[in-house]
Design a protein around this ligand. Structure first.
Ligand SMILES: [Zn+2]
Length: 148
């Protein structure tokens, strides 16, 4: 069932104003993809039942990584799997960001850079529990701007 209001509806509500709010071209393309996702603008296909003749029209999805329609089910599946791993304790969400200057190195030597990133993150996080009786753990996720 379609929700009363989708992200695409909010984007459509911006109209041409979105061009004036200081977004870069990548952000504008992303908004456009979300706006057009699963609409006739992206094309589609018609399925017909051989038995009863029922016709179903399906519009193509944008496949943009930021689109809640395209990625929503993957996010929900991922969250459900992570919830199975949760322990009855307090969790904190921490974000560590690589300096932009390291992007070219990360593109050419991703294993080297990301391994160093995760090791340094763990070294930093584990320092907080060094002098306490608290046992720390970490779930780490690499969030890149690429699709994979
Ligand atoms: Zn989409």
């Amino acid at each position: 069932m379609r929700p009363a209001c989708e992200v695409a509806d909010v984007i459509r509500g911006l109209g041409n104003d979105r061009e004036q709010i200081g977004l870069n071209s990548h952000q504008l393309r992303t908004l456009r993809a979300i706006e057009l996702c699963r609409t006739p603008a992206l094309g589609g296909h018609v399925d017909a039942c051989d038995g009863c003749g029922h016709i179903s029209i399906s519009y193509n999805s944008c496949r943009n990584r930021h689109c809640p329609k395209c990625q929503g089910h993957k996010r929900e599946e991922w969250i459900a799997k992570r919830e199975q791993d949760l322990l009855p304790c307090t969790y904190y969400h921490l974000v560590f960001t690589l300096p932009q200057e390291l992007n070219p190195l990360a593109l050419h030597q991703p294993a080297l850079v990301y391994d160093a990133l995760f090791k340094s993150v763990w070294q930093t996080v584990s320092q907080f529990g060094r002098n306490t009786a608290v046992q720390l753990g970490m779930i780490s996720i690499l969030h890149t701007w690429g699709r994979t």
